[in-house]
Design a protein around this ligand. Sequence first.
Ligand SMILES: *Cc1c(COP(=O)(O)O)cnc(C)c1O
Length: 476
Amino acid sequence: MQIPRHGQTKEEILDKLAQFKGQDLPWRAGRVFAYVYDAGKEADDVTKAAYLLFLGENGLDPTAFPSMVGLETQIVRMVADLLRGDANVVGNFTSGGTESILLAVKTARDYARARRPELTRPRMILPRTAHCAFHKAAAYFDIEPVVTPFDPKTFQADVAAMRAAIDERTILLVGSAPGYAQGVVDPIAEIGRLALERNLLFHVDGCVGGLQLSFQRKMGGYEVPDFDFSVPGVTSISADLHKYGYAAKGASVILYRDRSIRRHQIFACALPATYALVNTTVQSTKSGGPMAGAWAIMHYLGQEGYERITRDVMAATAALIKGIDATGELFVLGKPHMSMFSFAARSINVYQLADEMNARGWYVQPQFSTVDSPPNLHISMNQGTIAHVETFLGDLRASLDAVKRAPRIDFAQVKRDVDELLATAGDRAFEQLAALSGLQGGQLPKEMAMINTVLDCLPDELTAQMLVEFMNDLYV
Ligand SMILES: *Cc1c(COP(=O)(O)O)cnc(C)c1O
């Protein structure tokens, strides 16, 4: 394929793009319980107008685009206020949770290097419920992740295990508010005390929860453990605007307790024979669109708008959890603090259930088992899905019946097949695992149940390798 010789008309182009879109999940219909946070049509219009207004602006150079500094400062101050930061708290706007987390980890590494030049091979302590973005940061910045367990009942980080894992190479502790998978907030105050006692930096991952948990706290009537800058020992927090801030994608904030820590985030280079470069974040050239979009939605909804949405979303979540519990077969893991949670099954294969729901036009997100937890399905409620709780529950019961009537995949049997294959297939293991799971090179699969079951039965490193091979085949 080549760039077309002759330019095409706007109509032709938009028509083709609409066809591409037709292949995706029907999120506008409120039937997708992950990936999308929808504040409704009018809010969407405001975001789009603001985004387009700043589409061409470049955040690379604040002296050329002071508007970008102005918008960023206001967004950072609004989020810092919500997270009870004082005037010393500083931060930056980033492209998403992953970038915020990459920056927090890079900052911790360089902060440690500046203070402890003798330190080689730094480590960070990650509860198993911490987001994969921290492992990505570990891989990118050559920091060793030390994974600690969670309490299998509450899904909260085991702080005693974190304490035991600290050594002279440790540079950072991590907690989540909440962890994405189960929506449970870690014992942040306790980890904060540990961080102070051992003089360590402590990052709170508030990517998904930073905003909504703060509105829950402000409104009262919800159990919200302290997780923000009011907790002594917390030195940085990431909070995404493109999740429960309902901003367009490409919007997150990373905050630090003070400038002496944030200094290590900023990169400058004056060496090559070109313009001297100084960047606060990972990106250099960056569109002003995401920032203007985020600024606009925060002003459009206002605190009242966010509170109204939060109240509705929490009520819908409670109704959904009640309906799931009432099946008798399905049960919610841990005690979620906000509007995201996961559920597992007593006797059926949840991945088959996810496919049944998919066939009925819904998307729920499969999550793998760990040594301390069963395979489960994740749900993030948001403004766009609240109207569909009853129809969802009806289809969930129908799907459950379908799986019970015709169970297709026996987890234990697949586990035996996978183990045997790993023991005997040698070099051809990957090929045979792909065949067993029904994965075909370079194609997006239709049914996921068998693939998910096989991936879940593999050791974690092999699962990751399979996924790498899959993506390497999928993209040309
Ligand atoms: C979504 C999420 C991230 C990663 O954010 P992206 O915006 O997807 O890069 C990190 N931590 C938690 C808890 C999240 O929910």
